[in-house]
Each structure stands twice: as structure tokens, then as C-alpha cells.
Design a protein around this ligand. Structure first.
Ligand SMILES: [Ca+2]
Ligand SMILES: [Ca+2]
Length: 266
């Protein structure tokens, strides 16, 4: 069982069952009673009134309690847990003398198997799946995607609709390509002709110039509440690698000026 809780203080009564408790003494208590069973008062750490994450597990032989992902009890259990027709209770049970949890609980989960330590950590830290991966096409119709950073025009960039992402839902105001905002916010259009509407925006070259300088790849992101929620990249050719060497070798040259690139490319 796994739960987030925010405790406000000691309640007025308690009663054992199987479950997670804060004992009136102000200690965590995890208990699993059955034919044998046990209760474990955690004396090493005291609850405070911040949010914490508690997980109790029983694998048939050992009971374990995890506080914020850290294993704080690991002890022999025993017996088969009681099976009853009584309901699972959360925070209190009016019909019986299990008395009230004084605080908040959230995201309660019961599992029909024993979670291991790494799964507990995942629960405690929350699952961060990271930004959605976007398929973007810089300069639709061109594979090489040449960009003249001295140009005063715009760079068209499409977010393509895929099986995993509907680009027609994109909020153009939330899109940044190489740090630049889309001129007029972009619009919806089937850019690649596959029948599914895509999103396309145009970005002032001069707004993107700083981020594209010396790069062979450009990144588009969608930002919500200050967080990058989706991102995709595409190759760009900003003129790096046009020296005498092969494009690939020249592209790896680090230089601070065109003169230096030319010298190194010889
Ligand atoms: Ca392209
Ligand atoms: Ca399309």
C-alpha cells in the first residue's frame, strides 16, 4: 500500500488493524496482523507536518516500511494476513473505533503484489516521463535545411502529426524554435500531405540566429507554465562545413571565426 499524507497532529484514539498509522505517541506505525503478524513502531524518525510518502509491503515473510522512498522498517512478519469482509478505511472509520487521521492524505494505492525498493522510490519521486518527443521538419520540402543566418527572412518549421502526437492541437504561442517565437503564432496545415493536419510556424531568422550559430541541429520546444512539455529536433545547414574538407569533417571544427574555419579546413 502506498500513500501521500500530510499530517497535522496526533489524533485522539487509535486501533490496530493492518495498515499505516501515526501512533498517538507521534511515531509511524506499520502493522500486518494475521495468524502471526506484527506491528512496528518506527522510533528513529518522527513525523512532522510536511507532506511525506509512506509505503508498507509484506511479501509473506518480511514487512517493510518506506518513508519517502527510504526503507525504515525491515522485519520478520508472519502468518497470512487476516481476510475479512470489512471495508478498507482511509483516515478513519465512523462505524468503529479506528479513530481519525488528523491531516490530509492523497494518491492512495493498494497493490496485489509486493513492490520492491526501486518501485517504491519511483512512487515517492513521482514518474517523470519527460517531454513529449515531436517530429519536426525544418524547411518542409528540403532535406538539407539550409539556413542563411544573415538572412532577414523567416524559417518555416513544421510540427508533424504522428500516431503519438496531434500537431493540430498545438498552441502556437507556446512554441519556440531556436529560442524564437513564431511570427503570427503559426497555423494548421497538412504539410507532408499524409491527410493529417500538421502545425507550421515561421520564425524570424534573426531571432533564431544566436541559437543556430555553429549548430548542425535545431530544436523546437513547446513550453507550458515554464516547463518544456514537448520537444523535437531537425538537422540544419547554417553554412558550417562548406570549407574544402568533407562536410562531415568540417562540421566538427570548432572555430570562432570564418577565417579560422577556413584555415583549419585546409
Ligand atoms: Ca526539411
Ligand atoms: Ca500531415
Amino acid at each position: 500500500m502506498s500513500v501521500w499524507y500530510k499530517w497535522s497532529g496526533v489524533g485522539t484514539d487509535w486501533q490496530r488493524n493492518y495498515g499505516l498509522w501515526i501512533h498517538p505517541s507521534g511515531h509511524y506505525l506499520f502493522q500486518m496482523y494475521g495468524g502471526g503478524g506484527s506491528a512496528h513502531l518506527v522510533t528513529g524518525v518522527r513525523p512532522d507536518t510536511e507532506w511525506h510518502h509512506l509505503v508498507g509491503t509484506y511479501d509473506g515473510s518480511r514487512v517493510r516500511l518506506y518513508l519517502d522512498g527510504v526503507n525504515v522498517v525491515d522485519a520478520p512478519g508472519g502468518g497470512v494476513p487476516h481476510q475479512t469482509a470489512q471495508p478498507v478505511t482511509i483516515g478513519g472509520w465512523d462505524a468503529w473505533y479506528h479513530q481519525k487521521f488528523n491531516g490530509l492524505v492523497d494518491e492512495i494505492a493498494l497493490f496485489d503484489r509486493t513492490l520492491d525498493g526501486s518501485e517504491v522510490v519511483e512512487l515517492a519521486e513521482g514518474v517523470d516521463s519527460g517531454p513529449i518527443a515531436l517530429t519536426i521538419d525544418v524547411k518542409p520540402g528540403s532535406d538539407r535545411n539550409p539556413i542563411n543566418l544573415k538572412g532577414k527572412g523567416v524559417i518555416p518549421v513544421a510540427i508533424l502529426t504522428t500516431d503519438d502526437f496531434d500537431a493540430a492541437t498545438v498552441d502556437g504561442a507556446a512554441v519556440r524554435f531556436a529560442g524564437a517565437e513564431a511570427v503570427h503564432g503559426g497555423h494548421v496545415e497538412d504539410v507532408d500531405g499524409d491527410g493529417a493536419a500538421d502545425w507550421i510556424g515561421h520564425f524570424n531568422t534573426q531571432d533564431a540566429k544566436a541559437a543556430l550559430q555553429g549548430e548542425t541541429e535545431a530544436t523546437l520546444v513547446i513550453i507550458e507554465d515554464g516547463d518544456v512539455v514537448a520537444e523535437g529536433s531537425d538537422a540544419v545547414d547554417t553554412g558550417i562545413g562548406k570549407g574544402r574538407g568533407s562536410g562531415k569533417a568540417a562540421a566538427s571544427i570548432e572555430a570562432s571565426s570564418w577565417g579560422e574555419i577556413k584555415r583549419q579546413a585546409r
